[in-house]
Design a protein around this ligand. Structure first.
Ligand SMILES: *Cc1c(COP(=O)(O)O)cnc(C)c1O
Length: 384
């Protein structure tokens, strides 16, 4: 594959991408077609029908595989479509052990969709990976982690989970959306499947919904590709092109997300109205030592609570920010603010969410790449 031996910053721009074979166009064209003409039945150029293959998608898949240090990538119409495809590897009666602090939509598809198909999900605290072991039985097939977790920014030890998965013949799935390939490559630590909502940092401009899976094992790739083609949740070529364009600046955007994230985290910690500040980069973060081992930086995701822990106080801060836009999603160039309890995690019952630390006043920030003094000023006038 082109450009695979380079450093990450170069791979982001070049890996998997060749000038267009017909015109030399340096940027991969958007192949807006549903089918491909064949010289005779079966005599084609590797492309038959656009649910199965599309050249814009192929280039993006090659790029994604390269930047996650994987052999294969598969693209989907959304992060949830990628999640759906992975769970379809399972059969009724199978069990999955899942980290309990995770994206609300992932919790929802597991408990409200696939539970009806006889697949059982056990949500547990994985701050100590060894707690997984006691939950494994002969029906367990998969371990599902998200790290850093959403929205509590806990860190799960990928290598420790991978060792447990290997020993028990389970698949380890790692949702790497929050870190992005710039900060973390789970396959390097033994994960079997890396999942991305490319809607977030990979796309990076809040203009596309897209998902991806990256893996090393060819048999696994074939099984997932069969599901991708059979179930058909594929992205259109224009969406693939937007993600491909986003990837080319991932490193410069992530550098600024990390810088701004660190500055905002330190500011919040000094604000007397703020309770806890959850940010992976603090040395007293309980799993900071694991973060340092598996991540190259700490990103722009920060959650914090208010000293007055109630929904009204939180909503008042949300109402007052001018630059931090109130919105679901994350990872775009613009700063966003959200209230997990009433937004992204509203589908999780209150007692479950509070038990896991997702309290009423918890506010989540996706720190963008604006000027840092404007961002801090905005938070200062909103929090007081
Ligand atoms: C957004 C998100 C998803 C779902 O992705 P969509 O592209 O919105 O379908 C999955 N996991 C995480 C961590 C996310 O943030």
């Amino acid at each position: 594959m082109a450009g695979n031996n380079y450093k990450l910053d170069t791979k982001l721009i070049h890996a998997g991408v060749e000038p267009d074979p017909t015109t030399g166009a340096i940027m991969t064209p958007i192949y807006q077609t549903s089918t491909y003409v064949q010289a005779a039945p079966g005599d084609h150029k590797g492309y038959e029908y656009a649910r199965t293959q599309n050249p814009t998608r192929t280039v993006l898949q090659n790029s994604l595989a390269a930047i996650e240090n994987g052999n294969f990538a598969l693209c989907f119409g959304s992060g949830m479509a990628a999640t759906d495809a992975v769970i379809k590897l399972l059969h009724p009666g199978d069990e999955v052990i899942v980290s309990n602090d995770l994206y609300g939509g992932t919790y929802r598809i597991m408990t409200k969709v696939f539970a009806n198909y006889g697949i059982n999900f056990h949500f547990i605290d994985m701050n100590d990976a060894q707690s997984i072991v006691s939950r494994i039985n002969e029906r367990t097939k998969m371990i599902w982690i998200e790290t850093p977790t959403n929205p509590l920014l806990n860190i799960i030890d990928i290598a420790a989970c991978a060792a447990i998965a290997k020993e028990n013949n389970l698949l380890l799935v790692c949702d790497n959306t929050f870190a992005s390939p710039y900060l973390q490559n789970p396959l390097d630590f033994g994960a079997d499947i890396v999942l991305h909502s490319a809607t977030k940092y990979l796309g990076g401009h809040s203009d596309v919904v897209h998902g991806a899976l990256i893996m090393n094992d060819e048999d696994l790739e074939q099984r997932l590709k069969f599901i991708q083609n059979s179930c058909g949740a594929v992205p259109g070529p224009h969406d693939c092109w937007l993600v491909l364009r986003g990837i080319k600046t991932l490193h410069v955007r992530m550098q600024r997300h990390c810088e701004n994230g660190a500055a905002v985290a330190r500011y919040l910690r000094g604000n007397p109205k703020v309770g806890k500040v959850l940010w992976v980069g603090f040395e007293d973060h309980p799993n900071h030592h694991i973060a340092v081992k598996q991540m190259r930086g700490f990103g722009g995701m920060i959650s914090f609570t208010l000293k007055d822990d109630n929904i009204e106080e939180a909503l008042s801060v949300l109402k007052k920010t001018k630059l931090f836009a109130l919105a679901e999603s994350l990872g775009g160039v613009e700063s966003l603010i959200g209230h997990p309890a009433t937004m992204t995690h509203a589908s999780i019952p209150r007692e479950d969410r509070i038990k896991n630390g997702l309290v009423d006043s918890l506010i989540r920030l996706s720190v963008g790449i604006e000027d840092i003094s404007d961002l801090i000023e905005d938070l200062e006038q909103a929090i007081g």
